[in-house]
Design a protein around this ligand. Structure first.
Ligand SMILES: Nc1ncnc2c1ncn2[C@@H]1O[C@H](COP(=O)(O)OP(=O)(O)OP(=O)(O)O)[C@@H](O)[C@H]1O
Ligand SMILES: [Mg+2]
Length: 290
């Protein structure tokens, strides 16, 4: 069976629930497991970009691809980490709302832009870091994804945000924009084992969503919140802290649920074949997409 690049959007229109932290650390942990990963930062705040150690640069983002002035392969940047690449964000990305609004094909724009890297099939995973909004860019991004991963903070109003996401998934399926879209899973973040509220919320979410909820939960952890100011994923900044441990466990669970070529090559095991270096991957991507 041919297993292609999995495109997963990490989204929740609620702000500050751990979307970017999850993208950065899931990507880092997967890359350590020798999966080739591309992070695309779609948030003009550029937190995923800086969290992976890069500075935003004008003209280097998905934006020029959306307006058709650049090829996506030319926007892929290596990070300091093997197997981990990023298409950074820039402030111009916020202008894409206006550009896209006027286009009849707006819901298909992101899908069309991503098609070249999907076809090249050089990445195991493409992780899309979405902004905390429900704008056109976000909707077009969800229309381009195979699945949506929703990070959710274990707090009282968490379920409301999830309802909005589910509604959006159903609408994108029903109107034909993305008939195959699925809720890939729900990840509980910033879990605080000492509070009754955290435990109650998790129980309620599990009752409603059953197996869609990942077994792994990410604890609230100071090292995890410090790591971005050093421009590093916590799994590299402090590999032994509880946050790093949790994100590694989550990456394993995620990879099990989302098999790719790397998994298929070595059934039931971590792949042992050396994966290509980030730059080599980028070259291949450039060649194949050009
Ligand atoms: N497990 C954790 N423990 C402690 N702090 C965390 C944890 N996860 C995230 N944080 C912190 O919480 C804040 C929000 O996290 P993050 O930026 O990942 O959320 P977000 O959903 O991407 O936010 P936005 O909606 O603004 O894009 C950040 O300061 C981050 O460092
Ligand atoms: Mg974010």
């Amino acid at each position: 069976m041919q297993i292609n690049t999995r495109v997963i959007a990490i989204a929740n229109q609620k702000g500050g629930v751990g979307k970017t932290t999850t993208v950065v650390n899931l990507a880092a942990a997967l890359s350590k497991m020798r999966r080739t990963v591309l992070v695309i930062d779609l948030d003009p705040q550029a937190n995923a970009t800086t969290g992976l150690g890069l500075q935003p640069q004008e003209g280097v983002s998905l934006y020029p691809c959306l307006i058709g002035t650049q090829q996506i392969a030319d926007m892929i940047q290596p990070t300091p980490y093997e197997n981990l690449n990023v298409i950074p964000s820039e402030v111009n990305l916020s202008g894409s709302e206006i550009d896209l609004a006027q286009r009849p094909d707006r819901l298909q724009v992101v899908r069309n832009v991503l098609q070249a890297i999907r076809d090249a099939n050089v990445f195991d995973y493409i992780l899309l870091d979405c902004p905390p909004s429900l704008g056109i860019l976000m909707t077009s991004t969800l229309a381009a994804a195979d699945g949506i991963l929703v990070p959710m903070q274990a707090e009282y109003y968490a379920l409301e945000g999830l309802g909005v996401m589910q509604n959006l998934i159903e609408r994108l399926k029903a109107n034909g924009a993305n008939p195959a879209l699925e809720l890939n899973g729900i990840l509980m973040t910033m879990f605080d084992a000492r509070t009754r509220l955290s435990a109650d919320v998790v129980e309620e979410v599990r009752t409603h969503f059953g197996e869609k909820v990942f077994e792994t939960m990410i604890p609230r952890n100071v090292r995890t919140s410090e790591a971005p100011s050093f421009g590093q994923p916590v799994v590299f900044y402090d590999p032994s802290c509880r946050g790093a441990e949790a994100y590694r466990a989550f990456a394993k669970e995620f990879a099990r649920r989302n098999p790719t070529r790397a998994t298929a090559a070595v059934p039931n095991a971590e792949p042992t074949a050396p994966a290509p270096e980030a730059e080599a991957v980028q070259e291949v991507a450039n060649d194949q997409i050009a």
